[in-house]
Design a protein around this ligand. Structure first.
Ligand SMILES: Cc1cc2nc3c(=O)[nH]c(=O)nc-3n(C[C@H](O)[C@H](O)[C@H](O)COP(=O)(O)OP(=O)(O)OC[C@H]3O[C@@H](n4cnc5c(N)ncnc54)[C@H](O)[C@@H]3O)c2cc1C
Length: 466
């Protein structure tokens, strides 16, 4: 049994790397070990650099509106390397009624744009008089009730873009707990937003104009983030690869972790695992677990490179709501967003397929899937030319879907962690699914480890971006 460590971190994705980074920075004498199943650090973060085309198997970037991720960039020096695509400078599109509809950059411009008729805009105001829906409504049901049906395709696009999800299954309490709390407290989302903006102003907060965040990445792709965070980790001392945790137990106020090779004992363990991997490990020691797993979904990315005779529309890209019955979920105009994504004289975009509604499309062989995606996207963008480059990326990770009963699982987690001293949980699907969510909760866990005090994550109102 190896008992050299104060903390064992299970999983070496962004969450695990963030915990390790913070411990090393703020408490260098704290001895930790990351136990990672695969042969590399970074988890689902994985950039693809091929023939001068840079694309992403996993995340494409994160918004620069999160204090914790900004700190990490500063602490690692990555703030000097990162590249940004400000939302204010780039339009987005929703493919609806057989064409790309431009979504302006700011909420005020969106309100004025002819995306929905005036009577539908007035219907949105009915939110002021509608009592909160009881239970756990889906996002679609909740939005239709509060704001009317006209916004639904746009909202569908938002949740296709963020979760690759189905807004008829995702629930408002799970994906927008902050908005739901405002609605319940003030009897209306609009009234709640206005009240909280006024309160913020009164506290001397941001009395200034609404600012828009920027999408952040790195010149050679997102993998630079995990590369930098793992740079100082010594293999064998700080991190183990090809070593999966297979069991957890509590013994004499310590935690025992088994891997296929050996066992480890430590005062603290941090599970930085995708939510279902975490639930599987906890199953045997958590008799009252309310859910054995949460639904997950996969996507694939088809990368298409063209010579720059092909013009792609300006902006970030587009999303397609289900009502349009397209093969693809949307495309990111990568060479518009970040410089150097395609060789000189070329453009590149990345097209997403699959998601919660269409897992069967991912069963197609590579050739067929690529061909179907190309046909669909050429039709949408009116491209006649053939691509000079294409590749299909099939990520290994799945995206957790925060659907019914997820809030109950979160409350269970809170109690379980409180009852089990030295146990900490964060990672993909716990309290969000985005990179910023992961950096935020992993930072909080590192602070708990250093201070030996439990903290509680605040429910925040997040912006909605296409
Ligand atoms: C296709 C895709 C696209 C995405 N796009 C975006 C985006 O554009 N923007 C954004 O903000 N977010 C995006 N995300 C989400 C983002 O990538 C995740 O929030 C984040 O990377 C999760 O990090 P993590 O360390 O918590 O989990 P993971 O990256 O899943 O890492 C968990 C690690 O645990 C290891 N592991 C699993 N089981 C065990 C075990 N038993 N023992 C030891 N190790 C184990 C795994 O090998 C893995 O390395 C995307 C996710 C996917 C899958």
């Amino acid at each position: 049994m190896n008992d050299n460590y104060q903390t064992l971190i299970l999983g070496g994705g962004l969450s695990g790397l963030t915990v390790a980074h913070k411990l090393r920075l703020n408490h260098p004498q704290h001895k930790f070990l990351i136990i990672e199943k695969s042969d590399r650090a970074g988890g689902v973060i994985s950039s693809n650099n091929d023939q001068g085309f840079i694309s992403e198997k996993g995340p494409h970037g994160f918004l620069d509106n999160c204090a914790e991720s900004k700190s990490i960039l500063r602490e690692t020096g990555l703030d000097k390397e990162c590249i940004k695509a400000p939302l204010i400078d780039f339009v987005r599109y929703v493919y609806l009624n057989g064409r790309l509809n431009l979504i302006p950059q700011t909420p005020r411009k969106i309100l004025m744009a002819p995306l929905i008729p005036w009577h539908a805009k007035l219907r949105v105001l009915a939110d002021l008089w509608k009592a909160p829906l009881k239970g756990e409504p889906t996002v679609a049901k909740w939005a239709q009730y509060r704001f009317g049906p006209a916004l639904l395709p746009y909202l569908d696009a938002v949740y296709t873009g963020t979760y690759a999800g189905d807004f008829n299954k995702l629930t408002i309490d799970s994906v927008m707990p902050g908005v739901r709390a405002l609605e319940k407290e003030h009897g209306s989302v609009i009234r709640g937003l206005i009240t909280s903006m006024k309160a913020k102003k009164k506290r001397g907060g941001s009395g200034k104009k609404l600012t828009m965040p920027a999408m952040t990445s790195f010149p050679k792709g997102m993998e630079r983030l995990s590369e930098k965070l793992s740079e100082s980790l010594v293999v064998g001392r700080d991190i183990l690869f090809n070593s999966a945790a297979t069991g957890i137990k509590r013994q004499d106020k310590e935690w025992i972790i088994s891997t296929s090779e050996t066992t480890y004992k430590a005062k603290n363990i941090v599970l930085c695992l995708p939510i279902n991997a975490c639930l599987r490990l906890l199953g045997p020691i958590a008799a009252d677990l309310p859910e054995k797993d949460v639904p997950e979904t996969r996507i694939s990315t088809v990368v298409f490179g063209f010579t720059d005779d092909v013009t792609i529309p300006p902006g970030f890209g587009f999303l397609t709501p289900e009502v349009e019955k397209r093969f693809t979920l949307g495309s990111l105009f990568s060479s518009n967003m970040f410089p150097g994504r395609a060789p000189e004289g070329h453009v590149v975009f990345e097209t997403l397929v699959g998601g919660r509604r269409h897992p069967e499309r991912l069963e197609l062989d590579d050739e067929k899937l690529t061909e179907e995606a190309l046909t669909d996207v050429r039709d949408i963008l009116g491209i006649k030319e053939k691509p000079v480059y294409s590749t299909l990326l099939r990520p290994s990770g799945s995206i957790p879907q925060l659907e019914r009963n997820y809030p109950a699982l979160l409350s269970w987690k809170e109690n379980f962690v409180e009852e089990n001293k030295g146990l900490h949980l964060c990672g993909f699907g716990w309290g969000g699914i985005g990179l910023n969510d992961m950096m935020k909760s992993a930072t909080m866990v590192a602070e708990e480890l250093i201070s030996s005090r439990q903290s509680k994550q605040e429910t925040e109102v997040k912006g909605v971006y296409f």
